[in-house]
Structures are given as structure tokens and as C-alpha cells.
Design a protein around this ligand. Structure first.
Ligand SMILES: Nc1ncnc2c1ncn2[C@@H]1O[C@H](COP(=O)(O)OP(=O)(O)OP(=O)(O)O)[C@@H](O)[C@H]1O
Ligand SMILES: [Mg+2]
Length: 258
């Protein structure tokens, strides 16, 4: 699915990992909550037919800051490959929550104009193996230039002293991709999700640790316009050699949704 926005001055954040249950929606909704508190209201684009992000927006209490939800999955269910999205004049940030099991084409289309791509990864050996393969494919197929520093990983529900975590760290270090933080396994995420909230909106004494961890993600996101300036020499021999030869053209726009 191609998410086509009507402006190019937006911060487009894509949260993806083809592996199910890795924490995409949890991350996407918490980021949306964070930007809604900062203002202006961000847009949360739900590409998953399960519609969990959309339900989270629907559940959001009236007295909380607004998140503008877009159920993009309705277009893909209707058979459209492209969703053209009209943003509001005040919109600055767009967060795209991707479903599990996406195709390489979908990944290429959704990431081609993304400013920030976040990949949440669970600590199990199989999840780490799949994430490593996925990241390698992403770099080779999606024409991402790592010098733009738009790709980062978030370890989710991780215990830092496990072998799997060490393996993930080693892999990411070898590719010079940042591991922003490790989000602990916390009921706070489940509580927040159930009421349309983000962890920044739960009682401070409950979420101190979670906020420190999530701040590492939001700090990285906040630097999206200048991130690449601090890190210009990230080419890793061998892996990126053929990354930019794929000249796949983008599909035509098919339909406009409001
Ligand atoms: N750090 C965490 N602590 C506790 N529970 C979590 C955490 N992260 C995610 N969860 C829970 O794990 C489940 C899966 O998370 P989530 O829905 O965010 O994953 P997903 O990648 O969006 O899944 P899908 O691939 O089905 O879209 C949810 O019930 C969520 O509340
Ligand atoms: Mg999800």
C-alpha cells in the first residue's frame, strides 16, 4: 500500500515489522499521544485491517488532546493500492501503523518518502532472526540511504542480559543502525491502550521508568530534520553496493480520501 500525503513538509513516521505482535501499534499510538500533547494534533494512519490504532483513536477521551485518525486499511480492503491522504493545514506529524505480513512492495512504497522508520523487535531468537533478515532486505530493496539516518530499532519487552538481545545489538552495530531503547514489559502499555491513552497520560508515579525509555524514541524522532547532519559516513561496505540500482517507479494514484 502506498500512503501518499498531500504535502512534503510533514514528518512522516512509519512503524513497521512484518512479524506480528512486535509492538507496532503500541509504539505508534504512544508516539501519536506524545505529539498530540505537544500539538498540533498529529495524524495516525492505520494500515492494519485489524484496526487497533483506529479503535485507540475512537476510545480517546474527549478531554485529551486530539489525534486525527485515518483508517487507511478501508481503502486496501476495497482493493486500492494507493491511499491519497489530505492532511489538515495544521498537521505536522503523520504516524503510519503498518500491519504484520506486508509484502516487499508495500514496504518499499510506504518507506520511500518516510523521514523516520521505527522497527520494534521482540527479544525471542525467532523474532530477532526475522528482524535481522527484514532489516537487511529493507536496506537492499527499499532504496534507503542510511546516511539519512531515518531507520532505527526499538527493542520491545526485552531483558537486556539475554543472548538474543546481545545478538541483536551486535547485528545492529555492524549495520550502524541505532537501537534507541529497550521498552520493558509493562502493564502500563496495556492499560493505556485500553483507554485510548499513551503512557505520558498515565499517573506519573506509575510510568516513570516507561517514560524514560519512551523518551529515547521521541528524542530521536524530534531530531528528524537534523539527524542526518550528525552522522554522514555510515556506508557499510558490501551491503549497500547495489541498494540504489532498483528504479521501480511508484504506482499511479488511484483514489483520494478525505
Ligand atoms: N512493552 C510492552 N509491555 C507490555 N505489553 C506490550 C508491550 N508492547 C506490546 N504489548 C502488548 O503486546 C500485544 C501486541 O502488541 P501490538 O499490538 O502493539 O503489536 P503489533 O506489532 O502492532 O501487532 P500486529 O502485528 O498484530 O499489528 C498487545 O496486546 C500489546 O498491548
Ligand atoms: Mg498492530
Amino acid at each position: 500500500m502506498l500512503i501518499s500525503l498531500d504535502r512534503d513538509d510533514l514528518h512522516k513516521i512509519v512503524v513497521l515489522n512484518p512479524k506480528g505482535g512486535s509492538g507496532k501499534t503500541t509504539l505508534a499510538t504512544n508516539i501519536a499521544g506524545y505529539y498530540s500533547i505537544l500539538g498540533p494534533p498529529p495524524m495516525l494512519v492505520d494500515c492494519d485491517p485489524q484496526g487497533f490504532s483506529t479503535r485507540w483513536v475512537d476510545k480517546r477521551p474527549d478531554n485529551k488532546s486530539e489525534v486525527h485518525g485515518v483508517a487507511a486499511f478501508e481503502e486496501s480492503i476495497a482493493g486500492f493500492r494507493t491511499v491519497n491522504i489530505e492532511t489538515r493545514p495544521e498537521t505536522e506529524t503523520v504516524i503510519v501503523d503498518m500491519p504484520a505480513g506486508v509484502t516487499n512492495d508495500d514496504i518499499r512504497y510506504v518507506t520511500y518518502d518516510a523521514n523516520s522508520i521505527l522497527i520494534p523487535v521482540l527479544p525471542s531468537p525467532i523474532d530477532i532472526y526475522c528482524a535481522s533478515r527484514f532489516i537487511a532486505e529493507l536496506l537492499l530493496n527499499a532504496q534507503l540511504d542510511r546516511r539519512d539516518c531515518q531507520l532505527a530499532v526499538v527493542a520491545n519487552r526485552t531483558r537486556e542480559n539475554t543472548n538474543s538481545y546481545t545478538a541483536l545489538m551486535r547485528f545492529l552495530t555492524s549495520l550502524k543502525i541505532p537501537l534507541l531503547t529497550s521498552l520493558r514489559d509493562s502493564q502500563n502499555y496495556i492499560r493505556a491502550a485500553a483507554s485510548g491513552l499513551c503512557i505520558y497520560e498515565l499517573p506519573a508515579y506509575q510510568v516513570k521508568k516507561d517514560i524514560v525509555q519512551m523518551d529515547a524514541v521521541t528524542d530521536w524522532l524530534d531530531k528528524w530534520q537534523t539527524r542526518h547532519l550528525g552522522d554522514v559516513d555510515l556506508a557499510v561496505e558490501g551491503l549497500v553496493e547495489d541498494s540504489y540500482s532498483d528504479t521501480t517507479s511508484m504506482p499511479q494514484h488511484i483514489r483520494v480520501v478525505g
